[in-house]
Design a protein around this ligand. Sequence first.
Ligand code: GLC
Ligand code: CA
Length: 560
Amino acid sequence: MPDFALPPEAALGIERKWWHTATVYQIYPRSFRDSNGDGIGDLPGIIDRLDYLQALGVAVIWLSPIYASPMDDNGYDISDYQAIAPEFGTLADFDRLVAQARQRGMGIILDLVVNHTSDEHPWFTQARRSKDNAYRDFYVWRPPAPDGGPPNDLTSSFGGPAWTFDSTTQEYYLHLFSRRQPDLNWENPRVRDEIYRMMNWWLDRGIAGFRMDVIDLIGKKVDEGITADGPHLHDYLQEMNRRTFGSRDILTVGEAWSATPGSALLYSGRDRKELSMVFQFEHVTQGWDEVHGKWRPKPIDLVKLKSVLGKWQHALAEDGWNSLFWGNHDLPRAVSRYGDASGYHVESAKMLATVLHLMKGTPFIYQGEEIGMTNVPFARIEQYRDVETLNMHRLHVEAGLSPEEFLRGANQSGRDNARTPMQWSTAPHGGFTTGSPWIEVNPNYPTLNAENQVNDERSIWSHYRKLIALRKEHAVVVYGTFQSWFDQHPEVFVYTRTLDHQQLLVVANFVPREVALTLPGELQLSGHCLISNYSPPHELGEELHLRPYEAFALLCAPPA
Ligand code: GLC
Ligand code: CA
């Protein structure tokens, strides 16, 4: 019974957009599906699985980078923005992917990596030749400090200094990531012109939007030690909007580790003419260790987690828009981090999906999350492929950490947890490849795979399909006002969404034990159950006895 008769826009307070109702699916192309047996996922492999994605119900597919690249950082180091990496396919394959996706009602969004290029990009190979090369100023060069060392103490996110000395011209260049990812100089208008031209070239091929890699770094002022959220950041984004996608109805999402509720309103505010939304990471980083960061994650503190999620729901309630995600290609697997990947695997994966997808914002699913893929128990550093993990291993072990201790952190937080191949079936290597995969498949694929789940109504996959459909059927899921309850309760997450006469009540137990809960009078329970992760669903009453990781949502009738 779809109730998608929407209230007038004036009542919503915001202009309706197609991406308010859409769910996005992120593909890490290298690990999704290999069509030719070389062990590397590719575009024909993605085309081959479009029916799978259509059945799930997603409207948008975000592809991690597919461009020509030496693959120092798996494509986040681009050597040609207008060519497809040969291991992924051809431009003809890409056009076919866009067309075939469109036929199924889906759009493709590309990863725009313009904070930096590869050191093999022709701009950089030119730039490093001489100080007066026409491309010199495309990058950030500085003379050595008086002692010959780096110009300042900025560090790379992948460990070590953010500066590398280039002997040809006796200067240092900036790289906030690996030394093979030199930062572009956004203060140079020629750099911006080239990027906008390239973006328009892709937009003309019919893409549905961009995910913008570390976009909060482009306004940096390195001499002042400012990297994120620099003074011209929003000027550049407004200029980009005006000169590229502003006149088109697309989805743009900026990756912004530095985002605060205040800056998110600048990025995504309705009159700002910048982006549709940003990825903010406060719910992720609040769980990191103060000294060792993600390499020593803290146990989940639900009170804190709820307060961060709630804060963002409120901050962007009237203006701006939230993105919603648990995982991506840089983060651990959601069910391993926030749920229980062993004892209550199915229940906790469904619970996490329920609480995320019924909040206000556009949900993002990272490939494999929809079948509850888990972190990978690599026991040797040789099994890892990620440039960050390998760099950090070297630095930490040099600094005296035992290799075993480093591996414990990598098992919990290394980026390869998210990058092992998609588990399609019980076939060797999970049906990802007929050859030998570039990174080992998680050994749990014989029991945990898509084939086992797509035709099972009780599977994690089917639960995701239902949640995606609910967003399309119920305006309250898209536009309802968020309110949380039991803020200080350490084990349950309870919230309501309200739109006009409708109220959606979401109740979730975050622990592997039963929890008793007495609901306040306002949360009247005379609704019908939209979704639940236990069957039969919960017995309703004033007193709830939630089973381990139980989660359900009720659509409630108007109060008497
Ligand atoms: C972003 C990407 C990450 C990449 C980095 C540098 O954080 O998500 O995978 O390594 O930027 O491009
Ligand atoms: Ca391949």
